[in-house]
Design a protein around this ligand. Sequence first.
Ligand code: SF4
Length: 308
Amino acid sequence: MEKSNEDALSEARRYLTDLMVFEGAKFVVPIEVKAEKASSPQAVESTVDPMAPAEEVVALVGEEADADAAPIIGPMAPAEEIVAPAGEEADADATDLPMPATAIVAAADGQAPGQAEEPIADDGNALDIFRQQICDCSKCSLGSTRQNFVFGAGNPAAGIMFVGEAPGADEDRQGEPFVGAAGQLLNKIISAMDLRREDVYICNILKCRPPNNRDPQPDEIEQCEPYLKRQIELIQPKVICTLGRFAAQTLLRSSDSMGHMRGQSHQYEGIPLVATYHPAALLRNAEWKRPTWEDMKRVRQIYDGVEL
Ligand code: SF4
């Protein structure tokens, strides 16, 4: 059966949105700013207008997201706009964050951070030591139904920390966070932010999969959240990005809808927090990709130290 004009238009719009937002979208700066950057590495950060329309800061550069590729400029971008150099500064920032000089971990029996803490000799290993201490946890019923404990993955000194809800079937099978279809989309989002998955840290509120992907129960959150809190203390990210309503509601102690929480300035334990949609939700609702991209630009700006 032939598609109606409306269907065809809708399909084309969805394709363009996908392409523009997550298939190699790049941050771009005006050419004169790039010239300034050549003489002053700080010039770009201080000159980029964080309030510029999305179309002015997104360029289409093809799937490989290669700074050397010939750029196709976003529909409203001035013709002279060019793709910014690949994020050398970002990579440097991601590895420059200091670990606490006297990192400590909570006891493996689940006592809240601050209780029964022990000094760690090697700061760089603190996160891994903490993982080893809690990986056999059975404080809630999910400990007996999981295949694998899913602690988290990424740079232990990351500037950006993504926090989702709980492991799904793929994550439970592999013991890694965000490895299914939603994880693939998250990888694209991170790439569009001019970062690599290994530059950031990714984890969930719960470390074990709820059966049949049901919603986490209050007692499970209560038992597991101190682990996340400790991870945040050890990683000390510049910005936390919650993925999905559940993660945002948990960290913000809120019952607001996603629509109310996103686009607002939040903090968790003094760390800026940006709430956005879960990648799995984006797979079902393509129209949420644009607002998600706006949120990701905000995450990147906080990470870059751009005043908002
Ligand atoms: S979900 Fe958290 S509290 Fe429950 S068993 Fe797993 S690690 Fe322990």
